[in-house]
Ligand binder design. Structure first.
Ligand code: XMP
Length: 514
């Protein structure tokens, strides 16, 4: 493992992903973890991430110098670089010499371990206030900028390396190469982390964990639950039962995708619960978004538990495990975790024994989203599932502004299918993060169609680009694509006589309308 020490900025996750792109397994640890504990993980190398602060700031995170003396190769980036410099006796001045953004880097030792084979002049991404003016003893300076005399250094004998900039961001044109040089040349690591290995490792781990008991897995139609289920299916076959609750709020074709394509690709044991009427009944007369969400969440749990209960009552070994598609970023964001959590099934349904406890199987807890997609692909899941864009759990229920009814759902499903079809045909699926299609059911607009006046509903297109859904911008879609979607929706979907485009970023708008 390569450890990425997180100094509290957003960079650590990106660095960990880049290391894995170099086919080396990486994990993130907080900078507050004692060095002895880090070393106990037997890291092949350690990377010190950037951070928010100046090394001179009050309360700025520090690092025990022991980390540089353990014989483990270390690579400091940005804040990590400055910390390395000051800890080892170099000089970092609080000069006010700031550099932010794209900067020219002058490589002075072209044949160095990190810079070998990269241009003497390269573009890098900087973000710092302090500047290193003298490298620690034993280090040679390998690059500078117009502002910073020491922008990179290395001590090959001790296997210590540092750069003032952020090699992990794409604006640093040779960043990935430099990171790979550290991993392969500096630390002597063989690149061997592949999705094939992940699958093999996880299959063995799942078999060991589950033994001859049974497991259940809820499928949502999304990428994570589908890949988690496929992986567990590969490991334990018929000991797994998947449950899919058809709440009638899915988009066109999605339920069939799970029922047919998922089952065909995996051979999984699938229990589909048709709960459409139950959800419609529960949602009748409700327009408030939060109330809708609560109702959908509540009904979902009830139906899922009922299905669970039925599985528990089937003949067969004990059902002791629940599969979940938790991803690595969830684990990092919730402060680590050891994988031993037990969750208690909610028992707000009469009939579930009080003491059922499932142990969690979380085969994706080491993976980033793009890796999950690769694993899914390798497991033979269809692209329509693996490359799926995010879709909210409450489904179309929160894309109808107003009361949710069967007719409105059918109408929205048609409009949504047209938008998706045209975006795919235009090759825009990878460019946009997602494109909610929203029915303003409580709004009516006047139109003229054929030879008469119509009084129908507007449909909103909400195409957004985003990295993580926390912030988003509206996508600048080509006019021709918008025109085609608008023409088709107003022609093909009865009762819709207007298509409007949402041009709001997040914030202030959220991605979904409800
Ligand atoms: P907002 O609307 O908050 O959405 O900007 C951010 C992202 O989350 C998705 N979303 C949900 N996903 N259950 C989910 O699983 C939900 O209740 C839910 N609400 C919003 C939304 O599609 C977007 O990707």
């Amino acid at each position: 493992v390569v450890l990425v020490v997180d100094f509290g900025a957003q960079y650590a996750q990106l660095i960990a992903r880049r290391v894995r792109e170099a086919r080396v397994y990486s994990e993130i640890v907080p900078s507050t973890m004692p060095v002895a504990e880090m070393l106990a993980k037997n890291p092949k190398a350690i990377i010190l991430s950037g951070g928010p602060s100046s090394v001179y700031a009050e309360g700025a995170p520090r690092l025990d110098r022991a980390i540089f003396e353990a014989g483990v190769p270390v690579f400091g980036m940005c804040y990590g670089f400055q910390l390395m410099a000051t800890t080892l006796g170099g000089t970092v001045d609080n000069t006010g010499a700031r550099e932010y953004g794209r900067t020219g880097l002058h490589v002075s030792k072209a044949g160095s371990t990190l810079f070998e084979g990269t241009p003497v002049e390269q573009s890098v991404w900087m973000s710092h206030g302090d500047a290193c003016s003298a490298a620690p003893e034993g280090f040679s300076v390998t690059a500078s900028t117009d502002v910073v005399p020491v922008a990179a250094f290395e001590n090959d004998e001790k296997k210590l390396y540092g750069v003032q900039y952020h090699p992990e961001v794409l604006h640093s044109t040779h960043g990935q190469q430099i990171l790979e040089h550290f991993l392969y040349r500096g630390a002597g690591i063989e690149p061997s982390w592949t999705t094939g290995n992940v699958i093999e490792e996880q299959v063995a781990a799942i078999r060991a964990q589950v033994g001859d008991k049974r497991a259940i897995c809820g499928l949502s139609g999304g990428v994570d639950s589908a890949v988690a289920a496929a992986l567990v299916q590969k490991a334990i076959g018929s000991q797994l039962t998947c449950v899919y609750v058809d709440h009638g709020l899915m988009r066109k074709g999605e339920t069939e995708q799970v029922e047919k394509d998922f089952v065909a690709a995996t051979g999984a044991n699938l229990k589909v619960v048709d709960a459409q009427e139950r959800f419609l009944d529960a949602l009748a007369g409700v327009s408030d978004p939060e109330t809708k969400r609560k109702i959908i969440g509540r009904e979902f749990i009830r139906v899922f538990e009922q299905a669970q209960l039925e599985i528990l009552q089937e003949e067969g070994p004990e059902v002791a495990f629940l599969v979940q598609g938790t991803l690595y970023p969830d684990i990092v964001e919730s402060g680590g975790g050891t994988g031993t959590a037990n969750i208690k099934s909610h028992h707000n349904v009469g009939g579930l024994p009080d003491d059922i406890e499932f142990q969690l199987v979380e085969p994706l807890r080491q993976l980033f989203k793009d890796e999950v997609r690769m694993v899914g692909q390798e497991l033979g899941l269809p692209d329509e599932i693996v490359q799926r864009q995010p879709f909210p759990g409450p489904g179309l229920g929160i894309r109808i502004v107003g009361e949710v009814t069967k007719d409105r759902l059918d109408l929205l499903r048609e409009a949504d299918a047209i938008a998706r079809e045209e975006l795919t045909a235009a090759g825009l699926d990878r460019e946009i993060w997602q494109c909610p299609v929203v029915l303003l059911a409580d709004v009516r607009s006047v139109g003229v169609q054929g030879d008469g006046r119509t009084y129908g509903h507007p449909i909103v297109l909400r195409p957004v680009s985003s990295e993580d859904a926390m912030t988003a911008d509206w996508s600048r879609l080509p006019y021709e694509v918008l025109a085609k979607i608008s023409t088709r929706i107003t022609n093909e979907v009865a009762d819709v006589n207007r298509v409007v485009l949402d041009v709001t970023s997040k914030p202030p708008g959220t991605i979904e309308w409800e």
